[in-house]
Design a protein around this ligand. Sequence first.
Ligand code: AP5
Length: 212
Amino acid sequence: MKLILLGAPGAGKGTQAEVISDALKIPQISTGNILREAVKNGTDFGLKAKEAMDAGKLVSDEIVIGILKDRIAESDCENGYILDGFPRTVPQAEALSAMGISIDKVLEVYVSDEKIESRLSGRRVCESCGASYHIEFKPSKVDGVCDKCDGKTIIRKDDSPEVVKDRLKTYHDQTAPLKDYYGKLGKLETVIGQDEVADTTKLVLKAVGVNG
Ligand code: AP5
């Protein structure tokens, strides 16, 4: 199965992508995590991406499409994957289609802008594996330590309130038009993000055909 998870920053795409990945045994491909890793390692495209990411803007289509092409060519993608944070623009969606990739479903996780700000202020992410937590709604078992890899959990640089506002604007201007794009293709399904992670998970698993 090939799935796209769509939604505003902080709507819960990453959290739900992890769950679907475990349930369907297909990899979660997060362009945000791949870019953050590149920034951390100081690679060529990491250096180019850093400025845009820190400002809450999108990295260029050219860089992100290149990353995605390389990633989906890896052997673990043979039976499908979940695209978490890609495509983010109509040209990225067109590039996916030009690669001959047929997407089974596009799942939008919808959360209002008002709720997003509180979610992102409480988010903590593992600096080693990228797993996502929330100090109130989804805490790690040991404060500051990742449940999955024992890495250190930190506050993401772009989760500051000012950058979150810019990320939301970028989302509404450049990514929300994808709802129309995939809606017209009959691929879009919207799940309303609930206040409890587990409640959203139930809806998401039902939407992808897994009985929880
Ligand atoms: P990316 O990492 O993709 O960030 P994003 O879209 O801004 O999304 P987030 O990771 O912030 O949120 P999420 O929806 O995954 O929410 P989460 O599950 O963590 O991209 C970062 C940057 O990289 C971009 O700004 C851009 O510069 C660049 N980039 C990436 N892809 C690109 C592309 N294709 N093209 C161009 N540039 C690109 O949840 C948020 C918090 O809420 C967590 O703390 C979580 O625990 C909590 N939470 C989740 N669900 C619930 C719930 N139901 N109730 C309560 N709390 C909840």
